[in-house]
Ligand binder design. Structure first.
Ligand code: BMP
Length: 209
């Protein structure tokens, strides 16, 4: 079944925990990244893990050894998954997968913003095939370009596809899932809403209808 992942890009610990509790019923997982971790510290992973599984969006883009050290830190704090960049190449992605243990590694195949067309899109196919071969659990693909999700799905087999870009960036939840995503990632549409639970429920309903 399709799932909703909250991108919790707030920079206040208490606010993060309150929103997570408020919308938890509608979520598959929570994605946190540099804004929240830099503001609240790595322990926020442990705290939020009590509410829902946490995916660390660290977009790791480094040599294998540094990649391994970052993945280990996320794992030690109880993360369920970690997002790494694919363009750094096979050895770095393999280092992430080897170090991840039970944690899932998600590889960025193509980003959702217009700048992804400058360089990244030219290499999407190779990144997808490499991520699949190396044993990554899933891919990040753009909800802003559902036709690209369909293309990426055609190469990805049964890998998970997490699609950001719904709501604030203009993408549609339903279209992303119909195109082949397994999960959508949504931030501002939920955490900036007057009633985050209502916003999360609307997206959840869109996925399950
Ligand atoms: P929002 O729904 O507020 O646009 O947030 C989207 C989230 O997904 C942000 O955390 C962003 O960093 C992330 N993201 C993205 O938007 N596009 C990508 O290609 C990859 C991402 O991780």
């Amino acid at each position: 079944m399709a799932g909703l992942i909250l991108a919790l890009d707030v920079t206040d610990r208490e606010k993060a925990i309150n929103i997570a509790n408020e919308v938890a019923d509608y979520l598959h997982a929570i994605k946190i990244g540099w804004p929240l971790v830099m503001a609240a510290g790595m322990d926020i992973i442990d705290s939020l893990s009590q509410i829902k599984p946490i995916i660390c969006d660290f977009k790791v883009a480094d040599i294998p050894n540094t990649t391994k050290l970052i993945v280990r830190e996320a794992r030690n704090h109880g993360a369920m998954g970690i997002i790494v960049h694919g363009f750094v190449g096979r050895d770095s992605i393999k280092a992430a997968v080897d170090e991840a243990g039970k944690m899932k590694v998600y590889v960025v195949a193509e980003m959702s913003h217009p700048g992804a067309l400058d360089f990244m899109q030219k290499h999407t196919d190779d990144i997808v095939l490499m991520a699949k071969e190396v044993g990554a659990a899933g891919l990040i693909a753009p909800a802003t370009r559902p036709e690209r999700i369909t293309h990426i799905r055609s190469l990805a087999g049964d890998m998970e596809i997490l699609a950001p870009g719904v709501g604030a960036q203009g993408g549609s939840a339903k279209e992303a899932i119909e195109a082949g995503a397994t999960h959508i990632i949504v931030g501002r549409r939920i955490y900036e809403a007057n009633e985050p639970a209502k916003a999360a429920k609307a997206l959840y309903d869109e996925l399950t209808l």
